[in-house]
Design a protein around this ligand. Structure first.
Ligand code: HAM
Length: 409
């Protein structure tokens, strides 16, 4: 049998949940002025080298990279931001100026070791805002994330940090490197990172390394005045908007393009793969990729990680929709005509199989339907339908002409 590749998953039985998550994301982002953008899944490898960064794990170890038939070095996108920035520059919007906001969703590919919450092909919903310098936009981006997660009923912790800018970050890095070079006992990964990407040492998962890093210098104590000002303003705005957060000076993110704001929403419901949403500001990225200097800020969330959390509590899911059925095939035509009528206003699932009431009720229950409608001999003769609300257990016979009124109660 030919099976799906390791780390790749069909969305086969929970397609509605996938759609529901995307619709929720789109609805929140649209209210903030974001518009849909779609970019190719295959891009030139250099795009990710230059943006996500040579020293990141994503580029260093995890890319689905190959030569196409024309000998071009190409790569399945490991994330969405780089492609959106490329499209923005290619459309010359960096020259046009003004503020533009985009949202997207779709497959991303990272050749990681698969485990719960970690796939090789996964789906993200992301937003990117270009041309806005104000830290209020950073706050809005975070508020969009918080609103999406709250609408989906997902409890998370918000962690924020500032990664400084091109003035204070290099000075901080130099201090950190000095500290790391005089620290004995770091793991091999950390030792390697001292020269390639020293700030990534800060989020090493090794407990011993974390102990050694206890007295490491922190970026939050080394910000210049402008970064310090924006970071404290951001915290003020979040507080005013009732959003709880924790400042985590060791939050560095796995992509190299961030400056100033960086943030993650963390859930404790999916084991060690705990980040459900991450993002930040990337004011240098448009320039790095050959465009005119343009401010940028955004985030992406992992759709499968949210699906995982939501399906874990499926039993608590609210009942929804109508289950319509018949006790004998003779009544199927009437039921079918009726379904077309009530479907104008309601979700209706019709079961074509004639079986007894108990079996139908069992199926309706397993499908988490709220309303059960059934046509049997008596109902058929009297122009009625048997109605049961599976939530509050109310049951009665209803005249067909009164059905819409009862359903809309
Ligand atoms: P990221 O933190 O690499 O950021 O990914 C965002 C989210 O994608 C993660 O929080 C996680 O939920 C999900 N995710 C990442 N890797 C996997 C995986 N292997 N399997 C399942 N889910 C995964 C970015 O990608 C940035 N482009 C976000 C951004 C947009 N920053 C600014 N704008």
């Amino acid at each position: 049998m030919i099976t799906a590749l390791r780390g790749m998953k069909d969305i086969i039985d929970d397609g509605n949940l996938y759609k529901y998550i995307v619709q929720t994301c789109e609805s929140v982002a649209s209210n903030y002025g974001y518009k849909f953008i779609e970019t190719p899944k295959l891009e030139a490898t250099n795009l990710f080298r230059r943006s996500v960064g040579e020293s990141s794990d994503i580029v260093g170890k995890e890319m689905y990279q190959f030569s196409d038939k024309g000998g071009n070095d190409v790569c399945l996108r490991p994330e969405g931001t780089a492609g959106v920035v490329r499209a923005f520059i290619e459309a010359k919007f960096d020259r046009a100026g003004g503020v533009r906001r985009y949202f997207y969703h779709g497959s991303m590919f990272r050749y990681e070791r698969p485990q719960k919450g970690r796939l090789r092909e996964f789906h993200q919903f992301g937003i990117e805002c270009f041309g806005e310098k104000s830290v209020y936009e950073d706050a809005s981006v975070i508020l969009i994330g918080a609103e999406i997660l709250s609408r989906l009923g997902i409890k998370t912790k918000l962690k924020i940090n500032s990664l400084g800018d091109s003035e204070c970050m290099p000075k901080y890095k130099a201090k950190l490197v000095e500290f790391l070079q005089t620290t004995d006992g770091l793991c091999e990964d950390c030792k390697r990172r001292i020269s390639t990407n020293p700030i990534r040492v800060l989020d090493c998962k090794n407990e011993h390394c974390q102990l050694l890093l206890k007295n490491a210098p922190l970026i939050t104590n080394n910000l210049n005045e402008a970064c310090e000002h924006d970071f404290s303003t951001l915290q003020e705005i979040l507080k005013q908007n009732g959003l709880e957060f924790e400042v985590d000076a060791k939050l560095v993110r796995g992509l190299d393009y961030y400056s100033k704001t960086a943030f993650e929403f963390i859930s404790d419901e999916i084991g060690s793969q705990s980040a459900v949403l991450g993002g930040g500001r990337y004011d240098k990225l448009v320039e790095y990729l050959g465009g005119r200097p343009t401010f940028g800020v955004g985030f992406a969330l992992g759709i499968e990680r949210l699906m995982e959390i939501i399906s874990q509590r499926k039993s608590e899911e609210k009942r929804d929709g109508i289950y319509l059925c018949v006790l004998d095939e003779k009544y199927l035509d009437s039921a079918y005509l009726l379904s077309a009528k009530i479907r104008k206003n309601h979700l209706v699932e019709i079961n074509y199989e004639a079986k007894n009431l108990a079996k139908h009720l069992k199926t309706a229950d397993s499908q988490n339907r709220k309303i059960f409608l059934c046509i049997g001999e008596d109902e058929f003769k009297n122009g009625e339908i048997w109605y049961k609300n599976l939530e509050n257990k109310d049951e009665k016979k209803v005249k067909i002409e009164n059905l819409e009124g009862v359903l809309s109660e």
